[in-house]
Design a protein around this ligand. Structure first.
Ligand code: Z5A
Length: 208
């Protein structure tokens, strides 16, 4: 049984971390071992870059520097955690991956999508998830959930305005429209258990 690579994407407060845990538990009940990880981070080197890129003033880094840091973190994460887990037959559930760079640094901050993909080819040898779920909630709802959890503007990205987060949401929807084989747009409003049921339905071809 080969490992499967699933990424969860979406704006802040969409419920990615909640669903990553719920999905891993649901797979566990079916006898499938799933490793839950996150970006930026997930490996020792990538967690060090996470601290650099998320903390400090909003203008601490420009979009190109951010793009390079996310790509470097991802290269370490892919090489040291994701590929070895997949090779061992585990499923990997990753809370954010490449599409976050395409939506945040690309769609919202103007970095060219082809440049982001070229960096990914170099850094992570082009590894793509087998399936990506974009958790779609209205920006105001996601922001309210994130604020309810940890207060307003707790990192360099959460601190940006509604216009920025709307551009991110459009970026994710564009990726889902253009890559329907890999990327599924999931209604992430409503209670968390209902969202998990929707995700499992989108995995039914692998779980049969
Ligand atoms: N970033 C980037 O710019 N480029 C990149 O390439 C990458 C990342 C990889 C990482 O922040 C930031 O880095 C991110 C983009 C940028 N910033 N933003 N914005 P992070 O890792 O610290 O956080 P996050 O990824 O943005 O996740 P999040 O907003 O913290 O939330 P979430 O994982 O989507 O949601 P959650 O933690 O599961 O749920 C949030 C709250 O809502 C929590 O209290 C839950 O109990 C609650 N919740 C969850 N689901 C529901 C439902 N269905 N109903 C009601 N309440 C719910």
């Amino acid at each position: 049984m080969p490992g499967r690579f699933i990424s969860l994407e979406g704006g802040e407060g969409a419920g990615k971390s909640t669903q990553a845990r719920a999905l891993a538990a649901a797979l566990g009940h079916r006898g499938i071992e799933a490793v839950v990880t996150r970006e930026p981070g997930g490996s020792e080197g990538a967690e060090a870059i996470r601290a650099l890129v998320l903390q400090g003033r909003v203008d601490r880094w420009g979009p190109r520097a951010e793009t390079l840091m996310f790509a470097a973190a991802r290269a370490d994460h892919v090489a040291t955690l994701i590929r070895p887990a997949l090779a061992a037959g585990c499923w990997v559930i990753c809370d954010r991956f490449l599409d976050s760079t395409r939506a945040y640094q690309g769609a919202a901050e103007g970095v060219d999508d082809a440049a982001i993909l070229a960096l990914h080819d170099f850094g992570s040898q082009g590894l793509l998830p087998d399936r990506t779920f974009v958790l779609d909630v209205p920006v105001e709802q996601g922001t309210a959930r994130a604020i309810g959890r940890d207060g307003a503007g707790t990192d360099r990205f959460a601190a940006r305005g509604a216009g920025f987060h709307q551009a991110v949401a459009r970026g994710f929807r564009t990726i889902a429209d253009r890559e329907p084989e890999r990327v599924r747009l999931i209604d992430a409003s409503g209670d968390a258990a209902a969202v998990t049921t929707r995700l499992l339905a989108e995995l039914s071809d692998w779980l049969a």
